[in-house]
Design a protein around this ligand. Sequence first.
Ligand SMILES: [Zn+2]
Length: 196
Amino acid sequence: MPESLKKLIDIIAYLPWIWEKSAARLWFFLLKANSTYVSNFSKQLEKIKTQIKTCNSCFGYTDNDNWICSICSDNSRDQDVICVVEDYLDLISIEKLKIFKWQYHVLWWSISPVNWILPKDLKFQELFEKVKKLKYKEIILAINPNIEWEATSMYIKENLLNIDINITKLSKWLPNAGYIEYADEITLINAFKWRN
Ligand SMILES: [Zn+2]
């Protein structure tokens, strides 16, 4: 096997969720794909580290030069509601629904003392400052149903006790074992529509 091919397989197999057989299928696909696709693929891959940065407002991702993502800079969106998510993938899942046009805040973790993840490791202070300054009417805790998130939402509620804001969470439409990222569209829409 050519050395360059071996290297490519090693690189692909290093990716999470890719088994050896899938890695082999992927390099075979890339080998046969047209050169425009492969060159585009490699260009976009390089941009991950050079152009994609964290939005200074919601802490999601952006490639805008001013470090503010297209969601945060869109004035036509609902400025009264902010939706707090643990992970950027949750934000993507909600945006894919194309129904809810609110603001976001990505925490990037949930509190988990057993894993040494404490409030200081999350984007809490930025959230509390934003809530105080921008006077939202509602904050939605888009919670994945697990113990860590219970602790996280408790922490948020305690810190917003003196703020006049409606704190809501997803309704029980989201099954206990379900996560926002994996929920089907209807379930997710209902979970948000019937939030309480
Ligand atoms: Zn943003």
